[in-house]
Write a protein that binds this ligand. Structure first.
Ligand code: SAM
Length: 341
């Protein structure tokens, strides 16, 4: 006690504070040195389509407006605090179907006000026609539209909904109001693998970047997604029947590999299964209940609280990062309808 009262104790405290300060100032990297600059935010776990990879087909899974939606102010509080730690460069809103989220323009404007430079959205575009101008005005830059078929029967087989024309109209409106548009097409063997060329032609004619996705074993497909795998190699074989193409160098942290045809048209493939891209993944995920996830392969939720101090938040981020793996998506029971891809 004598020593402490002589001023020794305050010095020890000083060292402790210094260690905490150093910890707080350390950049947040995972054990492979990756930094996380992209946050995907799932705004709600409901959708207006019943895509066969997300849902088993019961209408309960595809319900609109049953659960109260998380207020934009709650999301924005989480995003601001994560941004302060991670220096986020991109927010991508997803869901469920993010166009069903009632405060979407407000939350886009809120993220813009935080100074996060890239604001994007992944959507089925069913409702995009009516809201695209408001989203553009709020600061949205781009939309990835999920489109898995170019004829009505295949569209229905994939989404359990009619009116492919609504999605196509959404795409046209988004382009017309100056949003960047990309198309994502999940390929399932025996379901829509005959749609590769029609989708490619549609995208090429409009100069819309298109990426084909290998199916992931998530949600109800966990453990048996391989049955439906239509691989990168098989997709390339189909495209090779009509085009010659050359592989492009891969961009860092890109989910897709890209090829260019002899005519100068570019297409991509997101080969989750046969050519995984985990090694330079830069994405974290936030769900509508305020949980963060480091990796799609890990369904363990890490709950944020609006009151976490900096130290607690950093610990939670380290936990999320420790979920990340180096190599390969291994599947998860979590549904994409919840976490949003
Ligand atoms: N409702 C929006 C949409 O349709 O784009 C956003 C949510 S949806 C879950 C996000 C993306 O995940 C879509 O591009 C969808 O095609 C993709 N997706 C869903 N389940 C998948 C699976 N099992 N394998 C690969 N992609 C999947």
């Amino acid at each position: 006690m004598q020593v402490i009262s002589n001023g020794y104790y305050p010095q020890i405290r000083h060292v402790e504070y210094y260690i905490v300060y150093l910890y707080l100032m350390m950049p947040l990297n995972d054990k492979f040195g990756r930094q996380f600059k992209t946050l995907r935010v799932s705004l709600l776990s409901a959708c207006n389509l019943g895509c066969v990879y997300c849902t088993m087909g019961s209408e309960e899974e595809v319900i609109i407006d049953k659960k109260p939606q998380t207020p934009a102010s709650v999301f924005l509080n989480h995003i601001a605090r994560l941004h302060a730690q991670l220096d986020l460069q991109t927010i991508r809103f997803t869901g469920g179907e993010p166009l069903l989220y009632r405060e979407l323009p407000q939350i886009v404007a809120g993220v813009k006000a935080l100074g996060i430079p890239n604001i994007k959205l992944t959507t089925n575009a069913f409702l995009l026609d009516r809201i695209a101008p408001a989203l553009k005005a709020a600061g949205l830059q781009g939309v990835n539209v999920s489109l898995d078929a170019m004829d009505e029967a295949s569209f229905f087989r994939m989404t359990r909904r009619h009116q492919l024309s609504r999605t196509l109209k959404g795409i046209e409106t988004a382009l017309a109001c100056g949003l960047q548009v990309k198309i994502n097409s999940v390929m399932m063997k025996g379901k829509n693998d005959d749609q590769v060329l029609p989708l490619l032609e549609y995208a090429f004619e409009r100069n819309i970047p298109i990426r084909f996705l290998e199916i992931m074993s998530m949600g109800h497909l966990f453990g048996h997604g391989q049955e439906y795998l239509f691989s990168e190699e098989e997709i390339l074989d189909v495209i090779g029947t009509r085009y010659n193409f050359t592989k492009q160098p891969r961009r860092p942290s890109s989910t897709a590999n890209y090829w260019q045809t002899d005519e100068g048209k570019v297409f991509g493939i997101i080969a989750n299964d046969t050519e995984p891209f985990c090694q330079d993944c830069n994405r974290l995920r936030l769900d509508a209940e305020g949980n963060i996830y480091g990796c799609l392969s890990n369904s363990h939720a890490i709950a944020l609280s609006g009151n976490d101090d900096e130290h607690e938040l950093k610990n939670k981020l380290q936990q999320a990062m420790s979920q990340k793996q180096e190599l390969h998506f291994t599947g998860s029971e979590m549904s994409m309808m919840h976490i949003g891809g």
